[in-house]
Each structure stands twice: as structure tokens, then as C-alpha cells.
Ligand binder design. Sequence first.
Ligand SMILES: [Zn+2]
Length: 59
Amino acid sequence: MSSRSSNSNTKKPVADTPVERKTRRCLMCGTKFTSEHVGNRVCQSCKGTAAWREGDQAA
Ligand SMILES: [Zn+2]
């Protein structure tokens, strides 16, 4: 029998949640920003404001 030589298939394990960087609009001010992850929907500026509170949105 010819055993498969999967020696070249040495890929690093892919992360469960791939980093999805998209240019989306902030839900707060509507400014376009690059979200670093899926749950990021508010720009950094709005996150810095007191109006933005974590856990404010009902999960
Ligand atoms: Zn914003």
C-alpha cells in the first residue's frame, strides 16, 4: 500500500473566529470605521464617550 505523505500539509491551526476586519458604520454616530471584530459596531470615539456602556445592549 502506498501511504499518503501528508508531510507537506503542516498548516497551523486556524483560529476559531477569523479576524473579520470590515469597514462598517458606527451605530452611534454613523462614522465609517474599521471594525476589528464582529462585535465591534461602535467606533473608538463613541466607545470613549459616556453614552457608550458595555452591556447596555440586551443580549
Ligand atoms: Zn461613533
